[in-house]
Every structure is written in C-alpha cells, then in structure tokens.
Ligand binder design. Sequence first.
Ligand SMILES: [Ca+2]
Ligand SMILES: [Ca+2]
Ligand SMILES: [Ca+2]
Length: 274
Amino acid sequence: MRTSVFGLVALLMASSGAQSVFQAAPTDDVWYYDHAFNPGFTSILRVWGTQQHAVDPTGAPPALNYSYSLAKWDVSGIRAGVTYQVLSAEIRVVQTAPPGYTQQEGEQFPLEARTLTRSDFSEQTWNYSDPNNPYPTETLLGVSTMEFYNPNGTFVIPIRLDPVAFEPYFNEAVNGSGALGIGFVSRMDPGAQGGTRFYRFYSRNDAGGRGPVLEVRYRVAGDVNGDGCVDDADLLTALFQFGATGESPADLNGDGVVDDADLLTVLFHFGNGC
Ligand SMILES: [Ca+2]
Ligand SMILES: [Ca+2]
Ligand SMILES: [Ca+2]
C-alpha cells in the first residue's frame, strides 16, 4: 500500500514535470536611436514615442520623436522539430531610479513588447544605418503593468505576454534560427526635447545584473504524460479522464475540465515530438 501511494506521488510529479521553463537574460540588446551613445553596450536602454504612436507610422528608423530598444534571446537549447504550447510568458525589466513618469503615466502609456521583422542582429556589430536592421512589427505581445512602481527607487516592470500571440513566434524561433528578438516601444512622450519622461531600464550589460529576463513556461503541445511525444498513451489518458474536473494532466488548456477541446488538442498534435 505504501509503495503504491509512493508510486502515485511519483506519477504526479512526473506529469507536473511535463512543463518546461525557459528563463534567461538576452544574448544581445541594443538601444535603437539615431543619437544613441554606445548603443550596443550602454547599461541603460531607453524607449519613448509620441502620445499617438509607439512606432513611427512612416516606417522610418527611430529618431527624435521615437526611441526603441531591442533584445534577443538564444532559444536554440530548446528541442527543435516540435510544436510547443506556451502556458505563460513574461519579460521583466528594471526601471532605473527615479522614473521620469508618474505611475498614472506608466499605466496610460505602457512599455510594449512587440515581435521583430528579424532576430539576427548583434550588439557587437550594431550599425544604426544598416538598412537590414530589425524593426518592431504591429504584433503586440504584451504591455507592462505598474504594480511595483516606486517614485524613489528602481522597480521591476513586468510585461506579461499573451500566450496566444506569443506561441507562434516562440515556435518559429525555436524551430527556425534559434534566436528570439523582442522590440520594446512605447507611446510615452518625453514632453519636449530634453524631457525626462521616458522608459529607462537596465540592459544585459549592466554590471549589477539587472538586465531584462524572459521567462516562458511551455510544453510539447498535446503531450499529456510529459514524455515529449504525443501518442496513443496520451490519447488513452485523455479519453480515460474525459469529463474529469480539477487538476488533471489531460486538462491541456487548463480550464479545469477534461473535455473535447483537450481531446482535439491531442488528436491535432498526434505524433508531435515523436
Ligand atoms: Ca547591449
Ligand atoms: Ca506523451
Ligand atoms: Ca480543458
């Protein structure tokens, strides 16, 4: 009896292990602005826009009214040839002290994370005038929240990414170049030339290690038992637990019930990772 309870606990631990976590600092980050000093290696990234736009609607490289920052993560350590389900994703940056904006302004004009047209840039060889530089797209992955706002000290700015928006981009990066680039933009308007109302957060080059962090919780899409392959074992478990409520490894979409949506996910991804 004791052994079988232990066996059950081990099984539950194994199924919760179906989730994987990627957590890392970027390999490269750049302050993308025409008058940026030391853009590849500055310890502080800067972002601003106009109250109307976060990205220059003319498509011009950021100058005067606009300043972007770019970061790139190495996701090549994640097994390719697999479709992943993203359970949650978040980027955290650390605002320098003091912020140049009020909490209300931060809420009104959040820091945005967008996909980039390409992720193959390098802080080593960054050249503002290169016509092939990456550019932030219209695809908004997430916006910052200000619950840690501090008028006097540094504070964390979390940007929670929408899993539905982020999932295809994540899969494309993992199964493609192995690099995942993010563009940071905002409608925060400095107010005037030389104004201080804009985002300033530490880059990966900060000696204090306060640079951006990306955290992604993901799993092999459709893989109920967490062995990295979607096969008849997963299908049988989903069928066997059909109708079950509460925590179940077969509840793939996490809505608290095992139903046809979860079953379809297994069927749709049958063979994934095998
Ligand atoms: Ca950098
Ligand atoms: Ca499996
Ligand atoms: Ca479900």
